[in-house]
Design a protein around this ligand. Structure first.
Ligand code: SF4
Ligand code: SF4
Length: 170
């Protein structure tokens, strides 16, 4: 049985969110030259401790954004027309025009915490939680990591590792 305790990690993230958020802001001001090396190391160490199949909190509590091509290929896979799939499961986010799920958990999450369309899941799902993708400092400024920490134990561990690695002066 997995010892990966998701509720405890989410509580820890809520407790540490402010402190770790201040650490990230400070790091953004300092902009260390070796930041790519630091985040890769922190990310690798985080995934060594994380069991996504014991969690699935992202699929249970958040929505991915879908491109139209992704809606097309997923609707085909589940034997529905584009429009039928869209009307049953999706909506346009009024704030930013993104295509998102109507409900959580995601319609494709199985009882075993596995994604039923894993091989064709949206790029937003395969890239989540975006630790080493995109512009790290921009994403810090957008509070991506800070906001994801209480939802994603991998992100909590990523930021904790980063704090430790920076303190060790690597
Ligand atoms: S990516 Fe994060 S929230 Fe999603 S299953 Fe893995 S640890 Fe949980
Ligand atoms: S499509 Fe799959 S990976 Fe993406 S949110 Fe739904 S269940 Fe999770």
């Amino acid at each position: 049985m997995s010892t990966f305790n998701v509720p405890a990690l989410i509580r820890r993230a809520q407790q540490k969110k402010k402190k770790l958020g201040l650490f990230l802001k400070k790091l953004r001001r300092q902009k260390p030259k070796n930041i790519q090396k630091l985040i890769k190391e922190a990310d690798k160490a985080a995934w060594a401790e994380v069991d996504c199949l014991a969690c699935a909190n992202c699929c249970k509590t958040m929505t991915p954004t879908f491109t139209k091509a992704e809606v097309r290929r997923i609707s085909e896979r589940v034997g529905m027309t584009y429009d039928k799939y869209f009307n049953k499961y999706l909506k346009i986010d009024e704030d930013n025009g993104d295509i998102v799920n109507q409900n959580t958990p995601c319609q494709h999450l199985g009882k075993d915490n596995k994604c039923k369309v894993y091989d064709i899941r949206p790029g937003d799902c395969s890239g989540f939680p975006h630790h080493v993708r995109g512009d790290f400092f921009y994403q810090v400024g957008e509070k991506l990591y800070e906001n994801n920490m209480p939802r994603c134990p991998a992100t909590l561990k990523f930021v904790e590792n980063l704090e430790r690695i920076v303190a060790e002066g690597k």
